[in-house]
Ligand binder design. Structure first.
Ligand code: NAG
Ligand code: NAG
Ligand code: NAG
Length: 188
């Protein structure tokens, strides 16, 4: 291998490392420290035709070629799911909930598994009162996805930030648990 080729490889490797390390941070805000941080879990149990009582989410719209019991083939494109999920402080579905995650996700990608999330944490416990509102793309095959925390009420009045999401567990199409690491960069 010539010196030129190997130095090209070093340059490429360096570029790759630079790009991948910057992707590990929320944009370029790594110099900022959150003014408040909150790690919570929520649990989504999707209705599948025979778990009505236990389910916390349902497909409410599907494309012409789908139905409301099974997510469509081809990346579930076009399905719209509404949810009312328990929020817990740890990753146990049976821990006593501190609030509800309520909103929707839409499978809006035709070439990969990804959803668009729009939901609120409605918190009413001894620890927290108020709501936190989230919006953003959720390419859930990626380990950490970052969604925007666009506002809040109560204890979270006028708060804004970023929340890395992590799939903490997934069981087929029925259950998933998300770890939400809420980092507020604006607090009041
Ligand atoms: C929904 O679609 C799935 C997959 O195509 C099919 O197996 C199932 O029977 C359908 N259910 C209803 C209620 O139409
Ligand atoms: C919060 O919980 C308290 C006590 O259970 C209840 O009285 C109150 O109505 C709840 N508030 C909301 C907004 O759900
Ligand atoms: C409810 O669903 C969860 C997640 O799939 C499962 O672990 C649990 O056993 C179910 N509970 C009942 C009573 O079916």
């Amino acid at each position: 291998m010539s010196v030129k080729t190997s130095s090209n490889i070093v340059v490429l490797l360096f570029m790759f490392l630079t790009v991948s390390s910057s992707y590990n941070h929320e944009g370029n805000n790594k110099h900022y420290k959150p003014c408040k941080r909150l790690v919570l879990f929520f649990h989504n149990i999707l209705y599948n035709g025979n778990n009505k009582a236990n389910s916390t989410a349902a497909i409410v719209a599907a494309p012409e070629w789908g139905n409301l019991t099974i997510l469509t083939s081809q990346f579930h494109f076009g399905d719209l799911v509404v949810f009312d999920d328990p929020i817990t402080l740890d990753n146990n579905l049976h821990s006593s909930p501190v609030g509800r995650a309520r909103g929707q996700y839409i499978y809006d990608a035709k070439n990969t598994f990804s959803t668009w999330l729009g939901f609120s944490f409605v918190l009413n416990s001894t620890d927290y009162h108020g709501s936190i509102n989230f919006i953003g793309a959720n390419p859930y095959l990626v380990n950490f996805r970052y969604i925007s925390v666009v506002g809040g009420t109560g204890d979270f009045f006028m708060h804004r930030g970023i929340a890395p999401l992590m799939s903490d567990a997934t069981e087929g199409q029925v259950y998933f648990r998300l770890r939400v690491d809420i980092k507020f960069y604006e607090c009041w």
